[in-house]
Design a protein around this ligand. Structure first.
Ligand SMILES: [Zn+2]
Length: 425
């Protein structure tokens, strides 16, 4: 009974005014990828004033060594007798698009809606998590396990901030990855792998010998043939085709691919530097389903390319998976955390209490998306993706006029406060 009283006390600490004011403050501080420092400082001070242990951590840009940003880690200490929980959400919003009808940094609040860049992706999630921990702290409730508040940088760079936490050994037993899911509990999410294929052909011009021509297969046409055999962007790959997978009931339509880049220089091209290159490079990505491994995907692509070569012996290719090598920031494993995992159960109960509605668990509201949580699940840390913000209100996502309901933010803060206390209390 003591616990029930604690929950009520904690949840009673969360107010609309507190959530709205932090959300508006966060939206008003621009924080695009690797320019999050001002928001990082603001949140660090906020967490320090709450009474958390706060440390600031620098994170280097993955490809530009002179570029860096920073992210705070706030810790609400427990006695060390219980499991620890990370609340992780990214500070960098999407790219600013044209078409906004309000100031993207104005944080307009009208008819219960808060408008602005990152309103729910992912400042809303970060704010809900901070308000949840603030409520626990202010209630004076003792915890057994630590709660770590991790507003991270550079989600848009493949989770560079979260990868930096991992590298530094900042790990917990469980994690809630705050990501807009219309407050549904996403225990299943797709993964992502980028694949690079270079093709090569001998230099051959309009006068050629029959012998040279017999060995020729234009590098661009090689890619055309490869792409034809791989499939069509945004068309689900069929089971039983070249890519092996078991369809996942939560992820209909996946795996799916998109072709992302194709490039070859020639004298017709404005970037032509004097010599046509022999190589044509193409990159595509696959959003994968649980059960697909890097090794299997590598073997599948290789087998397909060898089949093409059996038909067209002049095919010359070089395959790289993941596209940027072993440390590819855009390689993320798919995730599938059992519904009976204590974290899922705790968050379901928290969501039910906070919303007075039956929560929904599953992939539906995160379908096709990856979150930094994918990185943590791959390390064996049970993680769910959860947060306020329903992208079904927009025609497409990403979008201008991003907005979130204050009520949904408050529900998320309460649900996370409940789950955090239940896991760590
Ligand atoms: Zn996000």
């Amino acid at each position: 009974m003591k616990k029930a009283a604690d929950y009520r006390k904690i949840l009673g600490m969360i107010t609309n005014e507190q959530v709205l004011s932090l959300e508006q403050a966060a939206i008003r501080i621009p924080s695009s990828s690797f320019k999050e420092h001002e928001l990082a400082d603001y949140l660090a001070n906020y967490m320090f004033d709450m009474g958390l242990e706060v440390e600031m951590m620098e994170v280097q840009h993955p490809t530009q060594p002179d570029k860096k940003s920073r992210q705070p880690i706030g810790r609400l200490k427990g006695t060390g007798e219980g499991p620890s929980l990370m609340l992780n959400g990214h500070m960098d919003p999407g790219v600013e698009m044209s078409g906004w009808t309000v100031d993207p940094y104005g944080a307009k609040f009208e008819d219960g809606w808060i408008w602005g860049m990152g309103a729910h992706d992912d400042k809303g999630g970060v704010v809900a998590a901070i308000c949840a921990v603030e409520a626990i702290k202010r209630s004076g409730t003792e915890l057994k396990g630590d709660i770590l508040l991790c507003p991270v940088i550079a989600h848009k760079y493949g989770g560079a901030g979260t990868r930096a936490l991992v590298k530094k050994g900042v790990l917990t037993d469980y994690c809630i990855n705050m990501e807009h899911s219309a407050n549904t509990i996403a225990n299943v999410c797709v993964g992502i792998v980028m694949i690079r294929i270079k093709t090569r052909s001998p230099d051959l011009f309009f006068r050629y010998s029959a012998e040279a021509k017999a060995k020729y297969f234009n590098a661009i046409e090689q890619q055309c043939e490869i792409m034809r055999r791989i499939g069509t962007s945004l068309e689900p790959l069929p089971p039983g085709g070249w890519l092996r997978f078991t369809p996942h009931p939560e992820l209909p339509g996946f795996p799916t691919l998109t072709f992302d880049t194709i490039h070859k220089e020639h004298y017709y091209h404005p970037s032509y530097t004097g010599m046509p290159t022999r190589e044509c490079e193409m990159c595509f990505q696959i959003r994968t389903v649980p059960g697909q491994t890097l090794e299997n995907i590598r073997a599948d692509v290789k087998r397909l390319l060898e089949q093409i070569r059996a038909d067209r012996p002049n095919l010359q290719y070089k395959l790289t998976i993941p596209a940027s090598g072993e440390d590819d920031p855009w390689y993320m494993e798919p995730m599938d955390v059992p519904k009976d995992n204590p974290l899922v159960v705790a968050l379901v109960d928290g969501q039910r209490i906070a919303s007075n509605e039956e929560p929904s668990v599953g992939a539906a509201m995160r379908i096709g998306n990856v979150g930094d949580g994918n990185i943590l699940v791959a390390l064996g840390i049970p993680t769910v993706q959860y947060g306020p913000g329903d992208i079904r209100i927009y025609k497409e996502w990403p979008t201008p006029d991003e907005r979130v309901k204050l009520d949904d933010l408050v529900i998320a803060a309460k649900a996370v406060a409940y789950a955090s206390y239940r896991m760590c209390g």
